[in-house]
Write a protein that binds this ligand. Structure first.
Ligand code: SIN
Length: 343
């Protein structure tokens, strides 16, 4: 784990610094976990054949140099810490726990205005949802990422990182806090965001919920406030278990059957998310196996395959549903419910 501190001279327009001379400059902590934002490519201009998680968070911060001197990041005190260095497709429970612990620790420091996490885009929606449920912080915890590697001819990472710093420093003054994502000039609620494109720079949206804000020239243009009042965090202790429950995702589709569910039952699965068709419908052969699993104590949750909307109440299936969560986020929700039950 490395720590680097850079200090800037002038005061930004952020909430912590606004007001009288001598006000404390906002302090923002950057936690690096890898991803394409830290990736490098063996061939100049290759934005798909790269290796993620090659550059440290201190190096990524270094690329912001001029923007920190004269641009929107001026006046923010920045510290960085490398929490992990992985391609986020390989995200593990151990990294989640470590990240949640480090984020909670820094957010608990009175002098810290907010925390920024650099992360891969592939499981970003899962990590964001986990941090939202476990920490539900009042201060901004802003995750950011990139669709092109750090050494791309036209890399998107530096602007995204700068926007995340802006959100962390200025968010509270504009009614924004909690877990958020900063990508391609917009802020998304961590509990609602999802990856919707494998290549485009604006690869995220939030289903029906829409964005929270635009980030333009180092300023936030607010669309709605976040987080809602009264969120209760599960707390870090929910992640303490050495062995996490087994929760899998099965998909309903043409020709689906129950064989996979029966195999998972035999292997001791404790939770199943069903990625459903339509308004939460499930192939009748798969449903029969799921009901068998439910009778044996497996926790079930339905989510929608199509990536937006939520199951409209009153449908015939009657199994619990995960609202507007994606199947991957619903899996995190089920995991946390099972962890909370055994904690
Ligand atoms: C990753 O998720 O770590 C790689 C892909 C990306 O960041 O876009």
């Amino acid at each position: 784990m490395t720590t680097q501190t850079t200090r800037k001279k002038r005061t930004p327009g952020g909430p912590q610094a606004a007001g009288s001379a001598g006000a404390v400059r906002p302090q923002v902590v950057l936690l690096g976990t890898g991803g394409t934002i830290a990736g490098t490519s063996p061939r100049v201009g290759d934005d798909v054949g790269y290796t993620a998680a090659q550059r440290g968070i201190g190096t990524l911060l270094g690329t912001l140099g001029p923007a920190l001197q004269a641009g929107p990041g001026r006046g923010v005190d920045l510290q960085s810490e490398q929490v992990a260095q992985i391609d986020s497709k390989d995200m593990s429970h151990a990294v989640w726990r470590r990240l949640a612990e480090r984020a909670a620790w820094h957010l608990g420091r009175p002098e810290v205005a907010g925390v920024v996490v650099t992360h891969g885009t592939d499981t970003l929606e899962e990590t964001a949802y986990l941090l939202h449920r476990v920490l539900a912080p009042a201060k901004p915890l802003v995750l950011t990422a990139a669709m092109r590697p750090a050494d791309a001819l036209l890399a998107d990472g530096p602007q995204n990182l700068l926007d995340a710093i802006t959100a962390a420093a200025q968010g509270p003054g504009q009614g924004l806090g909690g877990v958020m994502l900063a990508l391609a000039g917009r802020l998304w609620a961590g509990a609602q965001a999802r990856k919707v494109h494998p290549y485009r720079l604006d690869a995220f949206d939030a289903g029906d919920a829409g964005a929270l804000a635009h980030v333009e020239q180092g300023r936030l243009r607010l669309l709605r406030t976040w987080p809602p009042a009264g969120l209760e965090p599960l707390g870090l202790q929910v992640l303490a278990a050495d062995i996490w429950p087994e929760v899998q995702i099965v998909t309903s589709h043409a020709g689906a059957d129950g064989r996979l569910v029966d195999l998972l039952l035999d292997s001791g699965v404790q939770g199943l998310v069903v990625a459903c068709t339509g308004n939460g419908s499930i192939h009748h052969d798969l449903l029969a196996a799921l009901l068998r699993a439910q009778r044996q104590g497996v926790m079930l949750l339905r989510a929608l395959r199509q990536g937006s909307g939520c199951i409209v109440a009153g449908d015939a299936v009657g199994l619990p549903d995960a609202g507007s969560l994606t199947p991957a986020q619903a899996r995190v929700e089920l995991l946390l419910r099972l962890l909370a039950r055994q904690a």
